[in-house]
Design a protein around this ligand. Structure first.
Ligand SMILES: C[S@@+](CC[C@H](N)C(=O)[O-])C[C@H]1O[C@@H](n2cnc3c(N)ncnc32)[C@H](O)[C@@H]1O
Length: 190
């Protein structure tokens, strides 16, 4: 898929430079993986890793005004690309079961100078207090009804990337599109 030209995202210059740095860092990382004969997709203990795209994610986060969120949490943060983009808006955290991916994410956040804005925890996100965050992000690798059940009295917004099966317990309150990508917004609506 063709990346979105940054000029159409209408970004302040300093943020634009940091977004470009993130996009380049991960582009180089993926190229290195592929040179080593690895796929940009692999199975982990609890699911499957594939990465979101920095420019699309930035567009979605800007559209939902992520800077008004106090704590952003990426559930299954993979190589950390989403948490790093979220750190341009607010304090962000990623939880990932795969220790290697977690290491890659930590190193990326430090290399990109985002260590003060983003942290990574290695573990199962279902074992963590997700309700501390007011915005959750999920790029689902399986149906997520168990997660939705855990969020039944939570007041925040769950952002779900890509096509997926909608959870039964949360109400869809919005849908954003960027090229062929989409992101759905869910909340508990009384
Ligand atoms: C499709 S990838 C998304 C990665 C990242 N969020 C992104 O958008 O680039 C899903 C990730 O969730 C992780 N995962 C799945 N279930 C998990 C769980 N219960 N706890 C922690 N990580 C989980 C997988 O290991 C995988 O790396």
């Amino acid at each position: 898929m063709v990346p979105i030209p940054l000029s159409v995202l209408n970004i302040p210059a300093a943020t634009g430079r940091r977004l470009v740095a993130i996009a380049r860092y991960y582009r180089d990382f993926y190229a290195e993986l592929q040179r080593g004969g690895h796929e940009l997709y692999r199975m982990t203990q609890l699911g499957a890793w594939a990465a979101s795209r920095a420019s699309h994610v930035y567009f979605f986060f800007k559209s939902v005004d992520l800077s008004s969120c106090k704590l952003f949490l990426d559930l299954g943060s993979g190589d950390g690309i989403v948490s790093c983009v979220a750190a341009l808006f607010t304090r962000s955290m990623g939880i990932e079961i795969d220790a290697d991916l977690c290491c890659i994410a930590r190193r990326a956040s430090l290399d990109l100078g985002l260590g003060h804005r983003v942290t990574f925890v290695c573990g199962d996100y279902l074992d963590h207090r997700m309700d501390r965050a007011d915005c959750l992000y999920l790029y689902p690798d399986k149906p997520f009804d168990r997660l939705a059940e855990r969020l039944s009295s939570w007041n925040g917004t769950l952002l779900v990337y890509g096509p997926h099966l909608p959870p039964h317990r949360l109400r869809a309150v919005g849908m954003l599109r960027c090229g062929r990508e989409q992101m759905a917004l869910y909340m508990n609506v009384p």
